[in-house]
Ligand binder design. Structure first.
Ligand code: ZN
Length: 223
């Protein structure tokens, strides 16, 4: 899953306004950020020779980033790091929300992945396999994303800290475009190309959200 993960960012931002949306954008994709690095380093394995209809890559070995137990471990690390970096009142709740965001990645991957998420070590692989259908993959990803984004935008309405809705609209369009490219774009020659593409995607969208949050929408001076 690509864009659908960000639905959780929008919903959790609504649950705790102290957390920055860019932090949640990074947290929900953290397992894939590490996966990209591990693919580039040769620690985890994948191949592009046996793609699924809605995914250009076949994930063969990823126990360190997408195992059930290791995902929980990454989630615990995120909790500890957030708590250590952002000390102050209420940071425990925010750290728990960041940890939930990190683990949400595994739960949403479970819906679309095809029996490649190991429960223990590299064994007992699970995944409901929605990637076998382009229609249902896109329906679920963008249904989730649109719902999360609309709930978030409604809750931020008339707030001074609200990012521009035009900016958010463009983010939605760009996310949609990248999902299309991953399905119908040129077939990647190898897994390292996919890892580099994904890394640029995750860091790029986190950075765009960071910029949008810094340039808040102007408050309405005519209430
Ligand atoms: Zn993933």
């Amino acid at each position: 899953m690509l864009a659908g993960h960000y639905s959780v960012s929008y919903l959790l931002k609504k649950a705790d306004s102290k957390i920055k949306l860019w932090q949640l954008f990074l947290a929900v994709q953290w397992l894939d950020v590490v996966w990209s690095l591990f693919i580039l380093l040769g620690i985890e394995k994948a191949d592009t020779q046996h793609p699924l209809p809605a995914s250009p890559i076949h994930l063969t070995y990823m126990p360190y980033t997408h195992g059930f137990l290791t995902s929980l471990l990454w989630s615990g690390i995120a909790y500890a790091v957030y708590k250590a970096v952002y000390s102050g009142k209420g940071n425990r709740k925010s750290a728990l929300i960041i940890a939930a965001a990190v683990f949400s990645h595994w739960l949403l991957d479970l819906i679309v992945h095809d029996h490649d998420l190991p429960m223990l070590g590299n064994q007992y692989k699970v995944g409901f396999g929605v990637y076998h259908s382009i229609f249902w993959s896109l329906f679920i990803e963008f249904g989730l994303l649109l719902t999360g984004m609309l709930i978030y935008m409604r809750s931020m309405k008339n707030q001074e800290t609200s990012p521009s809705k035009y900016g958010m609209g463009l983010v939605f369009a760009a996310l949609f475009l990248f999902n299309m490219i991953s399905i119908w774009g040129p077939h990647p020659p190898n897994e390292k190309v996919v890892a580099i593409f994904n890394l640029c995607y995750y860091i790029g969208f986190t950075w765009i959200i960071y910029i949008l949050e810094r340039h808040k929408a102007k408050p309405n001076i005519f209430p």
